[in-house]
Ligand binder design. Structure first.
Ligand code: ATP
Length: 257
């Protein structure tokens, strides 16, 4: 079943066509890789599917619903979460607070709360809710083997943990679909192996994953299907084996082994 789909998605910046008429499909429950040379349009495609940018032309469908042009917070609350190419943590907050923020975003009732804050009833309600948010964040940290680090400041974590903490925060919004933008960037081989297992574990929870990545070992090992972009256009789509042997992809991106 297709969970997300773009039809003829195009994004132009002045004269630059960053993404051109791309039909992209994401199948539910799978790990989909999005690869291609620098500047091929991968992040632009992500931004246009997650509401950080609006397509010049074309459509985005999530569970068959047209979400083109929806703002990022609305898309997130519908069940799509993402991480970014560069780490974006709240570095002066603790590890668990970083995850709790994702959870707060999901519950998202804060805008109405101020009005009721004076009553004792609402105070009790807020405390209960805060405790639930804490518990849930705590269980996500356990999932990432980071339970013992929960009170550390985010900035003091080793690099690989910081990157996984971003994923934990995204998961705290309880997405059905998770977009990861170069999650292994800057990781050493041990950190990349840990990440690979983590991504598989997330998939095993039933969460669909789309992954931009330049680390081909990771991509070829964990992706069920891969789409290749080149100069803003879709160059190929297939299983890792098909992509590895596609002459067009070898020429444009992979090179000969
Ligand atoms: P990388 O692998 O290096 O992250 P990418 O495949 O993610 O590259 P994009 O970042 O999507 O590529 O960029 C695609 C093209 O669009 C590039 O030529 C880039 O310079 C251009 N581009 C992206 N964002 C903008 C913008 N806001 N304004 C102008 N041009 C942009």
């Amino acid at each position: 079943m297709t969970i997300l789909e773009t039809e003829g998605l195009t994004r132009e910046y002045g004269g630059v066509i960053a993404v051109s008429k791309v039909d992209f499909q994401v199948e539910s429950g799978l790990i989909t890789g999005l690869i291609g040379p620098n500047g091929a349009g991968k992040t632009t495609l992500f931004n246009n599917m997650t509401g950080l940018d609006t397509p010049t032309a074309g459509k985005v469908f999530f569970n068959n619903k047209d979400i083109t042009g929806y703002p990022a917070h609305k898309i997130c609350r519908m069940g799509i979460a993402r991480t970014f190419q560069n780490i974006r943590l709240f570095k002066e907050l603790s590890v668990i607070e970083n995850v709790m923020i994702g959870r707060h975003f999901k519950t998202g009732k804060d805008a109405n709360k101020g009005r009721f804050l004076n009553s004792l009833k609402s105070y009790v309600y807020l405390r209960q809710e805060e405790e639930e948010i804490y518990e849930k964040a705590d269980s996500w940290l356990d999932f990432f083997d980071m339970g013992s680090l929960k009170n550390e400041l985010a900035k003091n974590l080793p690099y690989g943990h910081q990157r996984e903490l971003e994923i934990a925060r995204a998961l705290a919004t309880e997405p059905k679909l998770l977009f990861l933008d170069e999650p292994a960037a800057g990781m050493n081989p041990q950190e990349t192996d840990h990440l690979m297992n983590t991504i598989r574990k997330i998939r095993d929870l039933g969460i669909t994953i789309v992954l931009i990545e330049h680390d081909m070992k990771l991509v070829m090992n964990i992706c069920d299907t891969i789409t290749v972009l080149n100069y803003g256009q879709k160059l190929a789509q297939g299983t890792p084996m098909q992509i590895k042997h596609d002459p067009g992809v070898i020429e444009a991106y992979l090179g000969k082994e």
